[in-house]
Design a protein around this ligand. Sequence first.
Ligand SMILES: [Zn+2]
Length: 146
Amino acid sequence: MSTSDVTRVPVVEGYFVERPDGTATLVGGKCERCGSYFFPKRFSFCRNPECGEPGLIDVDLSTRGTLWSFTDNRYAPPPPYPASEPFEPYGVAAVTLETEQMVVLGQLARGTDVSALKAGQAMELCVEDLYEADGTTYTVWKWRTA
Ligand SMILES: [Zn+2]
């Protein structure tokens, strides 16, 4: 099997879309009544307690934001979560999306120097491989410095 035979799929279906050109977008839910955004779009109703509109529309979330907080994770997650073997520490970022007024968590892209990050700096969405199993590469969204 050559590399091109490997299927790439999001580790969680519906959370993001990766295009052939390498760009990606998180898919959130938006309430058309009050304008609130949600990610992930886990429920089909607006969770704004003053709204409660039944039904959200799918929207592409902003692909750039500002770094709100971050840390580096030096412990492998317990099963059933996949971890590299041997475990490689990775950074985690919380990024504020201006338009949506929300914070979205994600791993930092491989090779990000966590010690060089500063809150408030520009970040952008990317997609990287998370793990492979049975000829399928599972991908996940990450944040990298913009
Ligand atoms: Zn609403």
